[in-house]
Design a protein around this ligand. Structure first.
Ligand code: COA
Length: 259
């Protein structure tokens, strides 16, 4: 049904693979549209509890926006491209109530680094490389890179990376907090799935609230603490919170249903 991405669901976890390996999985207009549709499905399909974003082939996660579409763009077109991508894909991923994790299996440059950063967190293979090389093209990041890179690694290092366009390797990315863990390439997907199975065994509404509240903290939202209090209270009205406490007291594993 898609021509530029692959999707596979196993154990309620969907793996979305950007599938243009001959172009290092660069994001052209069709990839953005199809990713947008896949994300709609993640939101709407109750049987999907979490998602993994990755790239096809051994070399690249996503090597950026498709530069072959840039020559035809003017100011209005460039703005529309960035806005559409942010609306359909990047902000939707960030605000998704279900966990979406990037499994970064190679180059994550420009829009690829931005796609990984829009995810709730990132795991990487040891050959992963990250960078925001837009200045090499006379551009700036347009899919949220200036904001999310600064949130994740701090202003000084973000400025340096965006001004130089330099690539960093997986271990540097880990030391900066851009990725959580680095694995040998063949272990990346199994480890990502293992971690998501742990997360999807928890109460889904609580996980959704963790995402919402942590996103508020990341942008320094002034109502973060108030919203935490409200969420804490709201969760006591869920069946899952009752089940969690009851299971603890009964010394058994909880059986969460998402209600
Ligand atoms: N847009 C369009 N095509 C891209 C691309 C992109 N962002 N990144 C890679 N490709 C294409 C190449 O043009 C090449 O296509 P071809 O075989 O038809 O010539 C193919 O993918 C393989 O890339 P190649 O450059 O030959 O691989 P490499 O191993 O020598 O270099 C990179 C890898 C990632 C260093 C290099 O491809 C690169 O710098 N890409 C652009 C990164 C970038 O600036 N991204 C930000 C865009 S805003």
């Amino acid at each position: 049904m898609y021509s530029t991405i692959l999707t596979e669901v196993q154990d309620h976890i969907i793996t979305v693979t950007i599938n243009r390996p001959e172009k290092l999985n660069a994001l052209n207009k069709l990839v953005i549209e199809e990713l947008g549709q896949a994300i709609e499905t993640i939101y709407a399909d109750d049987s999907i509890k979490a998602a993994i974003l990755t790239g096809a082939g051994p070399k690249s996660f996503v090597a950026g926006a498709d530069i072959s579409e840039f020559l035809e763009l003017d100011g209005e077109g460039g703005q529309a491209l960035a806005q559409k991508g942010q609306d359909l894909v990047f902000s939707k991923i960030e605000n998704c109530p279900k966990p979406i994790i990037a499994a970064v299996n190679g180059f994550a440059l420009g829009g690829g680094c931005e796609l990984a950063m829009a995810c709730h967190f990132r795991l990487a293979s040891d050959n992963a490389k990250f960078g925001q090389p837009e200045v090499n093209l006379g551009l700036v990041p347009g899919y949220g890179g200036t904001q999310r890179l600064t949130q994740l690694i701090g202003k000084g290092k973000a400025m340096e990376l965006m001004m130089t366009g330099a690539m960093i390797n997986a271990s540097e990315a880990k030391s900066l907090g851009l990725v959580n863990e680095v694995f040998p390439a063949e272990e990346l997907l199994p480890k990502t799935i293992q971690l998501l199975k742990t997360i999807t065994s928890k109460a889904p509404i609580a996980i959704a609230k963790v995402i919402e509240l942590t996103n508020l903290a990341a942008i320094g939202h002034p109502d973060g603490l108030r919203k935490e209090v409200a969420a804490f209270g709201l969760l006591f009205d869920t069946r899952d919170a009752k089940e969690g406490a009851r299971a603890f007291l009964d010394k058994r594993a909880p059986n969460f249903t998402g209600h």
